[in-house]
Structure formats: structure tokens, C-alpha cells
Design a protein around this ligand. Structure first.
Ligand code: MN3
Length: 239
């Protein structure tokens, strides 16, 4: 299916779990395929090889994380949509399942979308600071004071997630500013309309093989693979 058609299907933007996802998002262009028999969502390929983020993120973690965990969210998001269709057509007692299946849709679709952002947020030659003249660098300076102040806040948000979740830098379109959020699981603590620009997965599956219980070591390693040019592109799309 051509990209143009995918965008038309997506209709510009979609909201899930409180996150606004843009139709022109480069990472999400591959996450939708209305023609796929399995449902509208598909697993996007990694934009690099499993081992490309070594030594910061190990290849085995990347393979399991993308091929098993992320693929599972895609499958279950499609399944939730299909179940809701069944519930609508069968009606009767089935209608009582809307709460449970809505929960599954929010969880799995949010997981799918955040992982899609996360993969493209990383690059082999990433890390460091954003290009000083980039939009993202200027907005970080304006809204957080400095890149270092942002990094400290973002790392703390990720570190302090209770249980499984995410640290997220998001663009909040009403105030037209950046905010740092946490997500518990994939879909709790979000803000409606906020667009995730940079997301770090702090579920144990994202780091336990290499970092065991040391989430802070993994977060520090993530800082070394941030693809700032991707984050800057996301900001421009969000604006
Ligand atoms: Mn994950």
C-alpha cells in the first residue's frame, strides 16, 4: 500500500492513551496498513541492525524487545479492535466486555506507538547534545533552562517510574511547550494531545539482560544513543 494511502487512512492524526500520534510521523508511516489481513497495525522494521546500538544496548535485548515484545503489542492491539467489532455486531451480553477490551486496546496500542517512537529515537552515532541551532535545542533551553537540566529531569522521571513504564519528552500543543512526563505501563499518566518526541522504555525487558537491576545505568546508556535529529523532526511535525 502506498504511503499516501496510508496517510489518508490515518486521517492526519490519531489519539491513543492520551498520546497524539501524527499521521506524517516517519516512524508511524510503517505502523499502519489498512490492507493487512491481521488488522490495521503492523510492526515497523528497526531502522538499524540489532547490534548497532552496542555496547550501550545489547543485540539480544534489541531482538527480543522488537521481535517479541513489540510484535505482541501490535498483535493484541489488532485483536482488541477485532473483538470490539464482534461485540458491536453480536450485542447482548457481549456488551459488558467493552470495559475490559477498551483497556486492552489502550494498553497495547499505546505500547505499539511508544515503541515505534522509541526505536527511531535511537541511532548508532547518537548521543551528545542536540544541534545548538535546531528547534529542539532552542525549545529545550527555553522550557528547561539548559540541555543538562533537561537531561537530569528526564533521567529522574524515567528512573522514578513505579514499576514498568516510560520516561517521555512531549510537546504540549496548547501551551506550545515541552513537558516531561512519565507513563506507567504504556498508557497511564499521559496527557491528552501531548505528542511524544523522545521516549525511553524502562520496563525491565528493555534492560535486564545487560543492566540487571541497574535501571540508572541503562538510562545513562540510552543518553549515548539518542538520535537528536529524529527528536527535532518529531518536534517540527508536532508543531
Ligand atoms: Mn518495551
Amino acid at each position: 500500500m502506498a504511503n499516501m494511502t496510508r496517510r489518508e487512512v490515518l486521517g492526519g492524526a490519531a489519539m491513543v492513551g492520551g498520546w497524539m500520534m501524527l499521521g506524517s510521523d516517519p516512524a508511524l508511516a510503517a505502523t499502519q496498513d489498512a490492507g493487512a489481513a491481521s488488522g490495521p497495525y503492523v510492526l515497523p522494521p528497526l531502522p538499524y541492525d540489532y547490534a548497532d546500538l552496542e555496547p550501550h544496548i545489547d543485540a539480544q535485548t534489541m531482538k527480543l524487545h522488537h521481535d517479541i515484545h513489540h510484535a505482541g503489542y501490535v498483535k493484541k492491539a489488532n485483536a482488541a479492535l477485532a473483538t470490539l467489532e464482534t461485540i458491536r455486531s453480536e450485542g447482548g451480553d457481549q456488551i459488558a466486555r467493552v470495559r475490559e477490551v477498551s483497556d486492552a486496546l489502550s494498553f497495547n496500542l499505546s505500547g505499539h506507538l511508544l515503541h515505534s517512537v522509541f526505536w527511531s529515537n535511537m541511532a548508532r552515532d547518537g548521543g551528545g547534545d542536540p544541534e545548538p541551532n535546531s528547534g529542539i535545542a532552542r525549545m529545550i533551553k527555553r522550557d528547561f533552562g539548559s540541555v543538562d537540566a533537561f537531561r537530569g529531569h528526564f533521567a529522574a522521571a524515567a528512573q522514578q517510574v513505579q514499576g514498568s513504564g516510560w520516561g517521555i519528552l512531549a510537546y504540549e500543543p496548547n501551551a506550545k511547550r515541552l513537558i516531561v512526563l512519565q507513563a506507567e505501563k504504556h498508557n497511564n499518566l499521559g496527557v491528552w494531545g501531548a505528542v511524544p518526541l523522545l521516549a525511553v522504555d524502562v520496563w525491565e525487558h528493555a534492560y535486564y539482560l545487560k543492566y540487571q537491576n541497574k535501571r540508572s545505568g541503562y538510562i545513562k546508556a540510552f543518553m549515548n544513543v539518542i538520535n537528536w535529529s529524529d527528536v527535532d523532526t518529531r518536534l517540527r511535525l508536532a508543531q
